[in-house]
Structure formats: C-alpha cells, structure tokens
Design a protein around this ligand. Sequence first.
Ligand code: ADP
Ligand code: MG
Length: 262
Amino acid sequence: MIGPDGKSPGQTPNGHLIRIEHLAKTYQLGEVEVHALRGITLTISRGDFVAIMGASGSGKSTFMNILGCLDKPTRGTYKLEDIDVGSLSRDELAQIRNRNIGFVFQGFNLLSRTSALENVELPLLYASTTQKDRHQRAMRALETVGLSDRVRHYPNQLSGGQQQRVAIARALVNDPSIVLADEPTGNLDSRTSVEVMDIFQQLNQKGITILLVTHEPDIAGFAKRQIVFRDGKIRSDRITPDPRRASEVLKEMPVIDEDDEQ
Ligand code: ADP
Ligand code: MG
C-alpha cells in the first residue's frame, strides 16, 4: 500500500489529497460523551493552503489530530491519497505520519537540551539513513527556514520566532506532502507571526499542502481557503478572495531585529 519511497502510489498531480466524509469524534469522559466532531465532509486538493478557524472547543485540534493520523475518528471515513486511513494498521499509520506529514505546534515542542540541528535530525532517526545524510538533510531544512547560522544554538538561546522556525524545519526534514500547523503563531508577536506565514507561503508555492489552525482573521487571510468550525461542524468554507502576501506585508511592518535581543 505504501511504496518503497514511503509515498503511496496513486499520487496524481492536482488530485484530491484528502477526502473526508461524515467524520465524527466522540470522547467518552466517564459517563459523559463529548461530541468533538459531529459530521465533517470535505475535500482538500493537493497544493491547497487552508486556514481552520473557530471558537475554542469547536473541534479544530481534534480534526487536525485525525488528519495527522495521531487519533482515529469514531465514525466516518478519511482517505489520504485514496488510501482509507481507517483500514491501516498502527505501523502503517506511523509510516504515513513519519513520511508524509509534518507537524508544527503552538508551543514549538523542541527538546531543550538539544541543539537546533539535533532537534531537526530527530524525525530521521526512524528512517533508514546514515548520520551524514541526516546531517545534510537537517542542514538543508534549516537553510529553508533561514537558520543556517543558528544550527548549534539550543532552544533557550533562540527567540520564539527562531524556535518556531526550527520546529518548521523539523516538520520539513522528511520531505512531507502535508504540513499540519495547530496555532503556530499563537505564541508569537505580530511581525514574527507574519515571518512564519511567509515561510508557509513559500513552502506552499513549492507544492506542499498546508492546513493551519488560527484564531486570528489576519493570519487566516494569508491562506487560500478559510474553513470555520462551530460545535464540531463546518459553519463556513470559502476561498480567500485575494490572499495577503506575507512578503509584501513584511515590508510595511517595523523591524525588530531578533539578533539584537540575544
Ligand atoms: P479546539 O481545538 O477547537 O479548541 P478541541 O478539538 O481541542 O477544540 O476540542 C473539542 C471538544 O472536545 C472540546 O469540548 C474538548 O473539551 C473536547 N476534547 C478534546 N480532547 C479531548 C479528550 N482527549 N478527552 C475528552 N474530551 C476532549
Ligand atoms: Mg485547539
């Protein structure tokens, strides 16, 4: 089902990357059932850039965790590249996760006693590859996010924006087709947030499909498509008429040089 390169067959250009039908998730908390998702149906095309919005508790993270094969739905189907994810074994799910999906979280989730370079190399420890190859791939990912000059720094020697860029490099190091980001700018100031969105827009231009959860309409405005959740359902789903370009917005924003703060 999964090819030798870790990517599934049937990858057609412009095809549907994700097809979800009647997806539901119910958590059992003792006697109480919590209906986190109540029937989500949607399609996401390869190369899309989707912002997911909605009030706290509306099911956004639950949805992202299912998309990322970190959790299973209670009902409904999830097809990723025409593979029915619900039919996969734990090992197959882990393979898809490690090879096709990159994760970025609000809190960066870096190992603190580990350099930027080693943090980025971590996901490759599960791949059958040499130390030299791991090093080269991690260096390339760090270069992509503009951190070639910070590879030996530890997380506490980096600003918030730099830490999030390390986390993005870590998400990219396996060359994923999808990046899932759950409130990646939630802990960042406004200029740094736009810098992170600039990186996501550049990745999207290279063909990586991006799904990003945010509370902020300004941030959602950088995406090509905006989906709003309410009470575990889709309230609205629309194309952004004229997405903001982060590289342009940055020209209008005051520069606070991160390097001067160190
Ligand atoms: P959001 O990310 O939009 O804030 P979540 O997906 O985290 O929403 O949560 C949706 C609902 O499911 C909330 O009511 C939340 O309390 C509940 N929930 C989330 N995770 C769990 C869990 N592991 N066990 C029980 N309830 C959960
Ligand atoms: Mg959440």
